[in-house]
Design a protein around this ligand. Structure first.
Ligand code: NAP
Length: 252
């Protein structure tokens, strides 16, 4: 049965910014595929909330650093919802904070594998289905970058900042490459957002409070504040916007 609603894939949709995107997208009439790596209960709750908004929603487990899992995600979406029309390339990690000189190379590699290689492979699978020259309907992609691209994240995780720099290059290049295919590609650079990434990935739960004085708006952002910007970039309200990278950082 052909889907009448746009079909959104969100990588890392079980928690944080990704979960907020899923919930808001459901209220705006998208069918939603919630990818997650390990937290099945959180993903199931997001799916339930989306379905409560009256749309179709599925959870798909998969490590977005794994090529096989990326392919399997999009096949599952093909089968259960239909071909993807919108993508939020969101799954990302930092690794524990520290100076580069002290960082375990395995931490750096794991971060780059997911944040860069994974995000590129996710985009590739989506494009195969969305591009008009491949028989798709076109659509929109939003890549989740970070304010770390310009701040550099010194003494925290410069490897992570570098990974998000790559994501902004991906946005710039794909926006031009895919314009003839009817696909818009934009990015967001969140600043300090109140999610579990600080405690669980950075192993530095206190960083959020420590950073507040450096934020002009003197507060962290909420996941939903990032989600609202992402939904704008996915929607026809931004129909002439491609290759844009929007800072969502409270002035920082
Ligand atoms: P978060 O709260 O830690 O949530 C991360 C999400 O990604 C979870 O759903 C997690 O799923 C999933 N995930 C982790 N590793 C994965 C993998 N290998 N494959 C698939 N999914 C995976 O993170 P967040 O703060 O919402 O961050 C989301 C994005 O925003 C990231 O790209 C991050 O770099 C970026 N960002 C965040 C901030 C911030 O201050 N929070 C600032 C700038 C940029 P499971 O729980 O199932 O493992």
């Amino acid at each position: 049965m052909p889907a009448s609603r746009p079909i959104l894939v969100v990588t890392g949709g079980s928690r944080g910014i990704g979960a907020a995107v899923c919930r808001r997208a459901a209220t705006e009439g998208y069918d939603v595929a919630v990818n997650y790596q390990s937290d099945a209960n959180a993903a199931a709750q997001v799916v339930q909330d989306c379905q409560g908004a009256g749309v179709r929603a599925i959870a798909v487990q998969g490590d977005m650093a794994s090529e096989a899992d990326v392919i399997q995600l999009f096949r599952a979406v093909d089968g259960d919802l239909g071909p993807v029309t919108h993508l939020v390339n969101n799954a990302g990690i930092t690794g524990p904070v520290g100076k580069l000189v002290d960082a375990d190379p395995a931490v750096i590699r794991t971060c780059i594998d997911l944040n860069v290689t994974g995000a590129i492979l996710v985009a590739q699978e989506a494009i195969k289905r969305m591009a008009k020259r491949h028989g798709g309907k076109g659509g929109a992609i939003v890549n989740v970058s970070s304010a770390a691209v310009t701040l550099g994240a010194p003494n925290l995780f410069v490897w992570y900042a570098a990974s998000k720099g790559a994501i902004d290059s991906l946005t710039a290049g794909l926006a031009i490459e895919l314009a003839p295919d009817g696909i818009r590609v934009n990015g967001v650079q969140p600043g300090m957002i109140d999610t579990e990434i600080h405690a669980k990935s950075s192993h530095d739960a206190g960083r959020l409070a420590r950073t507040l004085p450096a934020i002009p708006m003197q507060r962290a952002g909420t996941p939903d504040e990032v989600a609202r910007t992402i939904l704008f970039l996915l929607s026809d309200a931004s129909a002439y916007t491609t290759g844009a990278i929007v800072r969502v950082g409270g002035g920082r």
